[in-house]
Write a protein that binds this ligand. Structure first.
Ligand code: 3HC
Length: 309
């Protein structure tokens, strides 16, 4: 018992000194479990996140837009594989993690349970969803677990491209016909609040934050990152003539932040419990894709058994 206590104290001291924890370092079981939960759900989000946008690859308005969207969706697949690999450094089994997702026993980001009904949604996703991911992931790039923070460094570079191409789509539509402007504003109205929900419940309702902030996995709270996202995004919307769908939004000169309306937490809880607009569709698509890919996994395993054992 004494030995574990001194190990725990040594671990806490390392975290307090801002040292990075590596896979071979001793760590409390709870730290390991929290990271596996958070990182695996992050990886699931990247893979499921391919579906809403993938839906528009064949319908992109030009060859150039098709190429850009293809590159983005391929990046998301890579982010998922990257973060699954980082999760495996904690002793997690990738097949088990994926089985949990497909069995509905693991979460992925609520944002991917909303429909993409037209091309403006692709702009809104790149600009708002990847914009929110950048705010979240630039903080994670400084987190205490080495493999996760290093994965974020590479991923954030690609997220910046995703965010810029999305904003460019919205800016171009806002310089377009009246109908295109209405499409862009409609997408803004549908994606703004779900993008705020990406940062999680309010701090007072965030059961995991205490652990994660004590161990410097989360460097900022859910509400702090959400506020950072709002403060950087509102001027971007105004710059291209989009209106934020929040009548209570107003700049506070004293706090130097935007004040905003209340998030619909009932909607948030419904979506993360599996009752969002597209949860069932997304899971069915992921299950089918996994089954369709079975022969590839079998071939790779057969090759590995023949050549590497
Ligand atoms: N969607 C789904 N579930 C959510 C959620 C969301 N937006 N926000 C919170 N939750 C879940 C949590 O997973 C937790 O449930 P669990 O204990 O069963 O896992 C519960 O709600 C309570 O939330 P907490 O605040 O206590 O949970 P966390 O401390 O883990 O904070 C988080 C939630 C902010 C999402 C944090 O996990 C995090 O920063 N994760 C890493 C980043 C990530 O996963 N991003 C997802 C988007 S990926 C993406 O955007 C891809 C890009 O390329 C487009």
């Amino acid at each position: 018992m004494q030995d574990t206590l001194s190990k725990e104290q040594a671990f806490e001291d390392k975290i307090a000194r801002g040292q990075v924890i590596e896979p071979k370092d001793w760590m409390p079981e709870r730290y390991r479990k929290q990271l596996i939960r958070m990182m695996s759900q992050h990886a699931h989000s990247e893979v499921v996140g391919m579906l809403p946008e993938g839906n528009w690859i064949t319908r992109a308005p030009s060859l150039e837009r098709k190429l850009v969207l293809l590159a983005k969706v391929q990046d998301e697949a890579g982010h998922g594989l990257y973060i699954y690999s980082a999760t495996e450094t904690l002793g997690a089994d990738r097949k088990e993690l994926i089985d949990q997702l497909l069995a509905g026993k693991a979460k992925y980001s609520s944002i991917f349970n909303y429909p993409t009904t037209n091309w403006a949604d692709i702009g809104a996703i790149g600009w708002l969803v990847d914009g929110a991911a950048i705010v979240n992931q630039t903080a994670l790039a400084k987190c205490s677990y080495g493999p996760y923070s290093r994965a974020m460094l590479r991923i954030c570079k690609e997220e910046n491209f995703h965010n810029k191409q999305g904003y460019q789509i919205m800016a171009r539509m806002m310089r377009g016909t009246k109908q295109q402007q209405e499409m862009a504003q409609d997408a803004m109205n549908r994606w703004w609040w779900p993008a705020l929900m990406m940062f999680g419940p309010s701090d007072k309702n965030s059961p995991n934050s205490e652990d994660l902030m004590r161990w410097k996995v989360k460097l900022y709270s859910n509400d702090d990152l959400r506020q950072r996202f709002i403060d950087r995004t509102v001027p971007q919307a105004e710059a291209i003539g989009l209106t934020i769908p929040d009548k209570e939004l107003k700049w506070n000169d004293k706090t130097r932040h935007y004040e905003h309306g209340e998030i619909n937490w009932e909607e948030f809880n419904a979506v993360i419990s599996g009752n969002g607009p597209c949860n069932k569709q997304r899971m069915n698509q992921r299950i089918k894709a996994h089954e369709d890919g079975k022969w590839v996994r079998q071939a790779a395993e057969a090759y590995a058994a023949k050549h590497y054992n």
